[in-house]
Design a protein. Structure first.
Lengths: 281, 318
């Protein structure tokens, strides 16, 4: 362990503060999914990912991460800033004119840490597969991680990719699903049920594991465990249970905070629940 | 009229296959992907010599475009291959976000473009792909005119850094360009110098423009013929220079007149040098089943249509 669980939880708390402040600052963006994935991003970037501080697009010899559900950009931007990719003061520019921190992540403004645009859903798994194929051709044994929304899996391209990866034995690929059961129009069970994602992915030939995405100990152990499963001919799918809005009581568990910004009062309530641990931007 | 002859007919897709194979020999970072149309795209030679650098994706074009975008990360130069319809309209959003907006070095190589795909009919005969692709910021759009030019273009785009759409076709047509040509992206080719009218043609329509030029010469009309193989970026300078001399223009393409080469030329001329223009192109229509020759005739894409358009546009000159 590079950090104690307490240290990681403190980082996640700061990232959550940043998320609500960023979304409040521009009165737009997606706090719900961002908060729900703050523990995953913290575990990934501060404990699991073998990555270099100096960003290079090609990422030779380092693990790569692709965010397919790009709308939870606030959590990624905050994580990247605290991991040293750029100064945290830039978080104040989120979704504002001339910013590198676009509403959805992009390479277009050359923000370090980002290797492909995402936002239009369902494309990230294919891109990650491509990056993993190139690593294989280059003899580069590093891992490729992804994150997907659960509602996003309603997009058909995911299933083209899900069929491809096991057939080509892409066993350096570790995909996680933000399994919060919510999407814009309501619970996934009511909008278009995903039924058993475990059964679906296993039928496609993936090794599926289940983790609690809002328990730091569990998510760190889960991602380390996922790494031990690589190299065995199967891609790994981490079905990660989370709560939309985790860490802010009035946002938790409801799709209503998928894409709504808090007002001044709601911001104050949220910040009172999230200790400032690393210093606000 | 300069005399063009040919000793053989070949399909432009075979020019792509030969170019891909040679590009693969020159640069080990060149990789190829295909969505279950290896034979149609003439990828066999590449696959035989570089099996580890070829990925069969299956009938999953969206996944193919995403994988190609991802493969650029780490330095590969992916060439995707399928029919033009499935290379563009079917995967527009994947190209837009993962390739164009992300500025990935992907070469989208599209065969069976236009009416000359023939008997399969309108579901497969895309006449809108040039428009779709040229509207994407940063996308280079190339539509070569014969086997040799397609091969040269394939080699050139392997050396160019950035997203490219390369459009070619199925039918065998005359091979009339130089086998050793140097292909310059964005640089027009002067096919024939003339003074009375500028004929601007792309793809399969270039040979038809040459046939039209011969007929026009018999009628006493001296046509300048320019091959625009690169629709984007357009060679503004070559077009303006010619049109200044001739005072009228006919554009020729196997594509809808909405969104194609003709509109790009019209946009240039409207802003720089307003000039009478006629369009030899399909007229806001889908195609249908038939032989390539029957279809080109029925939809007004023959040499005779170019001759008529030239006579009309010359009559509109002040």
């Amino acid at each position: 362990m590079k950090h104690t669980i307490k240290e990681l939880e403190d980082i996640a708390s700061q990232i959550r503060r940043d998320i609500v402040r960023m979304v409040h600052g521009c009165q737009s963006g997606h706090p719900g999914g961002s908060l729900g994935c703050a523990d995953f991003f913290t575990a990934l970037y501060f404990e699991v990912l073998n990555h270099k501080k100096e960003f290079s697009m090609d990422g030779i010899g380092e693990d790569l991460f692709f965010l397919s559900n790009g709308h939870i950009s606030p959590v990624w931007y905050s994580t990247l800033a605290h991991a040293g990719y750029f100064d945290k003061s830039e978080l104040a520019t989120f979704r504002k004119l001339d910013s590198r921190l676009q509403g959805h992540p992009t390479t277009h403004e050359h923000l370090p840490g980002i290797r492909v645009a995402s936002g239009s859903l369902g494309q990230g798994m294919s891109v990650a597969i491509g990056a993993a194929l190139t690593k294989r051709l280059n003899g580069d044994k590093s891992y490729v991680f992804t994150l997907h929304g659960d509602g996003e899996l309603q997009e058909g391209q995911n299933w083209e990719a899900a069929m491809f990866a096991p057939f080509h034995e892409l066993d350096t690929l570790i995909c996680s699903v933000d399994y919060n059961g919510q999407q814009i129009d309501g619970p996934t069970k009511k909008v278009l049920s995903l039924d058993s994602l475990q059964a679906k992915f296993e039928a496609f030939g993936w090794h599926v594991i289940n983790t609690d995405g809002n328990d730091m100990q569990a998510i760190v152990e889960g991602l380390h465990y996922a790494k031990t499963l690589t190299g065995k001919g199967k891609p790994i799918l981490n079905l990660m249970s989370t709560q939309m809005g985790a860490g802010v009581d009035y946002m938790m568990g409801s799709h209503k905070w998928h894409g709504t910004a808090p007002n001044d009062e709601q911001l104050a309530t949220a910040l009172a629940q999230l200790p400032e641990t690393l210093g606000d931007y | 009229m300069k005399k063009y002859t040919y000793t053989e007919k070949k399909d432009t897709r075979s020019g792509f296959g030969a170019g891909l194979h040679e590009a693969g020999k020159k640069n080990e970072n060149v990789v190829a992907l295909c969505a279950d149309l290896v034979g149609s795209l003439k990828m066999d030679a590449f696959i035989k010599d570089f099996p580890e650098r070829f990925t069969q994706v299956g009938i999953a074009e969206a996944n193919m475009i995403g994988i190609a975008a991802g493969m650029t990360i780490g330095g590969k130069i992916p060439f995707t291959g399928t029919f033009a319809n499935f290379s563009t309209g079917r995967v527009y959003d994947q190209i837009r976000q993962s390739v164009a907006y992300s500025n990935k070095n992907v070469k989208i190589c599209a065969s069976h473009a236009g009416l000359t795909l023939g008997e399969d009919g309108a579901t497969h005969q895309i006449l809108e792909d040039i428009g779709l692709m040229k509207m994407l910021p940063g996308m280079v759009v190339i539509n070569p005119c014969d086997y040799n030019q397609t091969k040269a273009a394939t080699l050139a785009i392997a050396e160019y850094e950035g997203p490219v759409y390369l459009r070619f076709g199925r039918p065998v047509i005359p091979v009339f360009t130089d086998p050793d040509q140097k292909f310059e992206i964005g640089k027009a080719w002067m096919v024939n110098e003339g003074t009375d009218v500028t004929i601007i043609a792309t793809g399969h329509m270039v040979w038809k423009a040459i046939e039209a030029g011969e007929k026009l010469a018999e009628l006493g009309i001296d046509a300048e013929i320019i091959n625009i193989h690169t629709i984007k970026p357009l060679d503004d300078e070559a077009i303006l220079k010619s049109v200044k001399k001739t005072g009228c223009v006919v554009t020729c393409e196997e594509h809808n007149k909405f969104g194609g080469l003709g509109e790009s030329v019209a946009r240039l001329l409207t802003t720089e040098l307003p000039t009478p223009q006629e369009f030899v192109a399909t007229n806001d229509t889908f195609g249908e089943s038939g032989t390539p020759d029957q279809l080109m005739s029925k939809y007004g894409l023959d040499a005779v249509n170019i001759v008529e358009a030239v006579q009309k546009v010359i009559g509109r000159k002040k």
